[in-house]
Design a protein around this ligand. Structure first.
Ligand code: GAL
Length: 488
């Protein structure tokens, strides 16, 4: 009988992830330009409670202390994003020295602490002037992105090995241009597909540009995985529905970089929406081979079925769980007869289900389909956290979530998937996009009045898991936490 090792490999990287607009604040400081998220947040009704990222976690002023906290947590890696409008306020033209110096400080301090930086160049905060010029519907934005990526590689390429061009191009295109639930808030299926293609092209061109400047850079693409499964596996139509969602959500964002093609079913399935003439001759050839690794962001699994009458029937929760805006357009072009079903069981406060087995299966699938190294670049959950009278945040649900999912990663590695790291989402509570500050994903609690940071139980649990390189049994929490917990 073979046994699966209970420890993670010695070179496996445990870390945490954040994104610029979600934590930085300092929106009007240091010469930062306006991003599409500043504009979107100002639209009435776009974001819960009218929240915005003006202050967020005030990481712009507290970054040194935040990195000290990462050291206390024992993190080996930190995935963060550069706000494009902070380093190049208009998205074209002059770069802003003060903005670049801010990230220089972060990179240097991480290095000093022995924490490996993973830079994401684009976590959704496009400079507004580029959106005014057509955003991701314009090839000018592709060109601008390459200039920006090149400059960042010149600045940081000697110190940073791990680069990501885009975080979740599916969300930028299908939720931003299709569902309208994210900036820039457009609702067009045709635009969503075109934006997706331009993001892929920008990835490929930036990949080459970064490596030309920094040959040792490992340049990856981070995708949010959807893990569709047919409601009735014996139904051909349910299986076709699931394949359509898989093509739009997953394969569309890795097949071009491996095979130089888009999934064959995409064009016929969306022929009533677009003629795909936005794909120019040579685009796909440019994409082939342009990736060193893939990032997997995983949160929940998806059950789909064919239903010609779905419009009237899809439950509101299943709809929201899937990136729709209530009553809005769908983020899935060609889904007129595809219905998302709510999987059974407990749900997080985002209305998302818990399914570590889908993460395990997805890691093996990406391994099979791409053969590339994989990093879990985000994984985590939001719950109704609260600070108890003794100062503790007893987020046992989050600990259980992490436990199940990190163990699923371990199993996938044992079965051959080349997974090299795990970044918990998120280091601390932050601005959760259209949900504002209402949803908390952090291992560290943020008091949005005082901006104090406070370790939740999950922070203690994760720190110990990183230290042991082995998932710590949930029952051991009581022996790990300090009362009152650490604050900063
Ligand atoms: C991801 C996104 C993160 C975070 C997370 C939780 O899609 O990259 O920024 O918000 O979802 O919803």
């Amino acid at each position: 009988m073979t046994t699966t090792p209970s420890h993670f490999p010695a070179d496996f990287l445990f870390g945490a992830a954040t994104a610029s607009y979600q934590i930085e604040g300092g929106a009007h400081e240091g010469g930062r330009g306006v991003s599409i998220w500043d504009t979107f947040c100002a639209q009435p009704g776009a974001v819960v409670a009218g929240d915005n990222g003006d202050v967020a976690c005030d990481h712009f002023h507290r970054w040194e202390s935040d990195i000290d906290m990462m050291e206390e947590l024992g993190l080996q890696a930190y995935r963060f994003s550069i706000a494009w409008p902070r380093v190049q306020p208009l998205g074209t033209g002059d770069f802003n020295d003060e903005g670049i110096a801010f990230y220089r400080g972060i990179v240097d301090r991480l290095k000093e602490k022995g924490i490996k930086p993973l830079i994401t160049l684009y976590h959704w905060d496009l400079p507004q002037p580029l959106e005014d010029n057509g955003g991701w519907l314009s090839r000018d934005t592709v060109d601008a992105f390459v200039v920006y990526a090149t400059r960042m590689a010149e600045e940081f390429g000697a110190d940073v090995e791990m680069w990501t061009t885009f975080n979740e191009p599916w969300v930028s295109s299908f939720v931003g241009y299709g569902a309208g639930a994210h900036a820039p808030g457009h609702t067009s299926d045709a635009e969503a597909l075109e934006a997706a293609h331009h993001l892929n092209l920008a990835h490929a061109r930036a990949y080459k540009a970064i490596k030309a400047v920094a040959p040792s850079a490992q340049v990856g693409l981070v995708n949010n995985c959807h893990t569709p499964r047919p409601w009735d596996p014996s139904s051909e139509k349910d299986r076709a529905a699931s394949a359509h969602i898989d093509a739009l959500a997953n394969t569309m964002f890795h097949e071009p970089f491996i095979e130089g093609t888009y999934p064959a079913i995409l064009k016929p399935n969306t022929a009533h929406i677009t003629d795909w003439t936005f794909v120019h001759e040579g685009d796909l050839a440019e994409m082939k081979g342009a990736v060193d690794w893939f990032g997997v962001n995983y949160y929940a699994s998806h059950l789909v079925r064919h239903n010609p009458h779905k419009a009237a029937q899809q439950s509101e929760l299943a709809t929201l769980a899937d990136g729709h805006k209530a009553g809005g357009n769908s983020p899935w072009p060609g889904d007129e007869e595809i219905e998302f079903m709510l999987p059974p069981g407990k749900l997080t406060s985002m209305g998302w289900n818990l399914d570590p087995s889908a993460l395990h299966a997805h890691l093996l699938k990406i391994h099979r389909e791409t053969g590339k190294p994989i990093y879990v670049t985000e994984n985590g959950s939001a719950w109704e956290d609260k600070v108890d009278d003794d100062g503790r945040v007893r987020d046992t649900d989050r600990v259980e979530y992490f436990h199940g999912h990190i163990d699923a990663v371990r199993k996938a590695i044992a079965e051959g998937a080349d997974v090299r790291g795990y970044m918990a989402w998120s280091l601390m509570d932050n601005f959760e996009w259209a949900q504002g500050y209402a949803k908390r994903f952090g291992m560290v609690w943020v008091d949005y009045q005082s901006l104090e940071r406070r370790w939740k139980d999950s922070a203690y649990w994760y720190a110990e898991t990183v230290r042991r390189r082995q998932v710590v049994p949930v029952e051991q929490i009581e022996s790990l936490v300090q009362t009152p917990p650490r604050t900063r």
